[in-house]
Design a protein around this ligand. Structure first.
Ligand code: SER
Length: 321
């Protein structure tokens, strides 16, 4: 890939997380690793490919400010967040962590200290009162989870800062993301990651989501491509300033198990739904994303079986199996 030049450097929060790990690599490849500063709450960061690493609890806004100044940061990928399962267990922390740092970065963009922000929203912004299939961009948003409430509020803050101050903040509503490099952490869609580890390690998996509960999902490679396509799109072409729907694919645990059984015929699955089932029940089963396709050419490379093949191939190497 051709290396691109940037006028300032890029900061990633939550850089050791499921998305951050892969974005750190991709942004380092595109812009050169010396232009990428990875931050996360953990000390150990052995495998992060960014040129610089700083320990940052993103609620420590003073420290965030000093890192922005130290490295002349101009673009922020603000990924640090509590996901749906964890947020339900700690609502106060979820509100503080998911909203305060976003507002902090939006204010830095308003003051022109930074130029551009990426902030992820989620399928959690929708609610029960809409049809579950093929949910469009403009439907009533009525989340019933703490996580969904924080993401809806965040979307509205992004739109407000765009409308009022012209802040260049861009966002997508990620579906469940599936990847092998870094584990998912604390989400309702995490079963679709864990299942692959267990298929290789134990040949069986107990799903905490029931067999026929379909949710929107996407392979990480497609999610990273989509994120960068959106961030590189000309500002004038963007018509959504809350957050763009990303559809990806839609499947239930039973269908994912069948996809794995094509590769590992003896794989077995059983079901013991826990508190996350109620969260899944409040979310759409599939998402429609024509606006993103029209505005910035969103496209996908992976369907479920292609994803399964790639996941198993890479995880076998990673797990030494
Ligand atoms: N993957 C996320 C979760 O399950 C959804 O945005 O919390």
């Amino acid at each position: 890939m051709k290396m691109e030049t940037v006028t300032g450097r890029i900061l990633i929060t939550g850089a050791l997380g499921q998305i951050g790990t892969e974005l750190s690599a991709k942004l380092s490849e595109i812009y050169g690793k010396d232009n990428v500063i990875a931050t996360d709450i953990r000390e150990e960061h052995d495998n992060n490919p960014a040129g610089y690493y700083e320990v940052l609890d993103v609620m420590d806004l003073e420290k965030a400010k000093s890192i922005i100044e130290k490295y002349n940061i101009k673009i922020v990928y603000h990924l640090a967040s509590l996901l749906s399962g964890t947020a339900e267990k700690n609502p106060q922390l979820a509100w503080k962590l998911n909203i305060d740092p976003l507002l902090f970065f939006l204010n830095l963009a308003k003051d022109k200290t930074i130029d551009q922000i990426f902030w992820p929203s989620s399928i959690a912004v929708f609610g029960r009162e809409i049809p579950k299939q093929n949910v469009g961009q403009e439907v009533p948003l009525n989340p019933s989870t703490v996580y969904g409430i924080t993401k809806l509020a965040g979307e509205k803050w992004c739109e407000y800062y765009f409308n009022k101050y012209g802040v260049d903040v861009r966002s997508v509503r990620y579906p469940g993301l599936i990847s092998w490099k870094a584990p998912a952490g604390g989400g309702t869609t995490d079963y679709a990651v864990e299942i692959y580890y267990k298929a290789i390690e134990d040949g069986k998996y107990t799903s905490f989501i029931s067999e026929n509960t379909a949710m929107p999902m996407m392979y990480m490679d497609d999610a990273i491509d989509a994120t960068l396509q959106l961030m590189h799109a000309p500002k004038e072409t963007l018509t959504v300033h809350t957050s763009y729907n990303l559809g990806g694919m839609s499947f239930a645990p039973k269908e994912l198990a069948a996809s794995i059984q094509k590769e590992i015929p003896d794989f077995q699955i059983n079901y013991e739904p826990d508190f996350r089932q109620a969260i899944a029940d409040s979310w759409p089963s599939s998402i429609e994303d024509t606006v993103a396709k029209k505005d910035w050419n969103l496209s996908y490379r992976f369907d479920m079986d292609a994803m399964t093949k790639d996941m198993l191939k890479n995880l076998k190497v990673k797990l030494g199996k």
